[in-house]
Write a protein that binds this ligand. Sequence first.
Ligand code: 4HQ
Length: 235
Amino acid sequence: MRFDVLTLFPETFSLVMKESIIGRAQEKGLIEVNAVNIRDYTRDKHRKVDDYPFGGGNGMVMMCQPMFDAYRAVTEGLQTKPKVIYMSPQGRVLTQKVAVELSKEEHLILLCGHYEGIDERIIEELVDEEISIGDYVLTGGELPAMVLIDCVSRLVPGVLSNEGSFSEESHFNGLLEYPQYTRPAEYEGKQVPEILLSGHHANIQKWRSARSLERTRIKRPDLYENHIKSSEGKI
Ligand code: 4HQ
């Protein structure tokens, strides 16, 4: 899977993209992350990327021309049109379900805005979907793009060494994960639940399912409600 990120701060991506799992996935050729500097596509001597908003108001707006030209450069000669996503608090909120959907794409182009945002004509002409990483405001789309790349990449087959591991984790089945313990079995008087040391796999599974339901009900009643509603009639 390929990600082209159009950004004013391409260097910020190297930290996340060289990190262990994503870094290894890139070395293995399973994913490719290419950060493109929008400023390289400016045409004036000041390398200007933004301008005052028409109609007045605060801040600056990213201009059409550098973004359109950067987009044209990364899509030149492609047979199939990649899906173009604009990272924006106005978008569909990124959830595990959305990540699973995006992980089936061959090629994504992520647009990162800064300042007050980008000229609306970029959204109208180039963007297929706006995605938000949550209902809060950031200074730029770079962190959201990194979050999206991280959570989508780990779903690409071969990226995680232990594929079965995601069927157990929080949000996979709409529930939170059960508690985990490792050695020692007793730490400063605190014991690991007895059942986990029993070797009785069926009972361990039952215990884990019960803990998973219980903590979802307590910590995330919204997820618990959805789970109960969607499993009604299935049992
Ligand atoms: N942004 N999820 C880009 C966000 C955001 C979010 C703020 C993105 C400002 C220009 N992006 N602009 N939340 O807060 O994706």
